[in-house]
Design a protein around this ligand. Sequence first.
Ligand SMILES: O=P(O)(O)OC[C@H]1O[C@](O)(COP(=O)(O)O)[C@@H](O)[C@@H]1O
Ligand SMILES: [Mn+2]
Length: 321
Amino acid sequence: MSAPTEFHDRMLSLGLARVAEQAALASASLIGRGDEKAADQAAVNAMREQLNLLDIAGVVVIGEGERDEAPMLFIGEEVGTGNGPGVDIALDPLEGTTLTAKDMPNALTVIAMGPRGSMLHAPDVYMDKLAIGPGYAEGLVTLDMAPAERVTTLATARGCAPSDITVCILERPRHEAMIAEVRATGAAIRLISDGDVAGVMHCAESAMTGIDMYMGQGGAPEGVLAAAALKCMGGQIQGRLLFRNEDEKARAAKAGVTDLDRIYTRDEMVTQDVIFAATGVTGGTLLPGIKREPRWMTSETLLMRSKTGSVRRMQYRTPVA
Ligand SMILES: O=P(O)(O)OC[C@H]1O[C@](O)(COP(=O)(O)O)[C@@H](O)[C@@H]1O
Ligand SMILES: [Mn+2]
């Protein structure tokens, strides 16, 4: 028998799915109610409660923020019973709080777990991201390329025209120039209002989602979570932290990040094998949302392991009390 402190990813994966599931079910009654904070809080509470049932000595490395701003699931919080392997946890209890409040597609609950030291301790700043799906040469497209070059390079590798490529981008004023440049190549753009973890994951399932590439600036924590997802699903992501002021640089220093200009690859953001779970809150391209019926609630969860590349879709149904 191996040591109890080893990271048993097979055994822990069902527990992780339960954490994502319960967070999603808890926020279900707040879908479309216009209250982002309440929806987020419900997911946070449920996620924390479930995490604390797991036999792990977990530390939140990507969480709700720093201790002084987040009372629960703050960065550095210890979770789990303490009886079990030491693990790092990255989570976003409700990725797409606004999507949930407005009942718009692709809100997810997201959690990843790996051995201690397996994930980049990204501070809560922005990150410039670029992602493509599996099957391409490593480093085919890079953040150093201009947006148009990324598109034409991907099209050439795929043997298609740029007009056959669809790029997913967050609709923000800061992306106006990027959007114009990508459009000038002839490529299509799927603009999303929120939810770039899902945006990146869409690249790994382009046949299902129609998305070939993701680019633009979003949350750094979401970048690490997306890297964990792609490590399981296949596909590439690069990220570069962005700092708007000295305070943000100080946060990076506090998190142990010293090289501020570095471009991180997927395997530099997530350096060891991880497990990843995401449950659909509102219905989307990758996952259906929570279904509420008079007697039942039903959820669907993607549960994935990077070690094997296995992807499970788990439907869960529970009676409504
Ligand atoms: O809204 P901003 O400041 O552009 O930030 C973008 C980030 O916010 C989100 O759209 C939503 O995140 P939350 O729902 O967790 O707040 C992320 O997917 C994305 O990375
Ligand atoms: Mn988020």
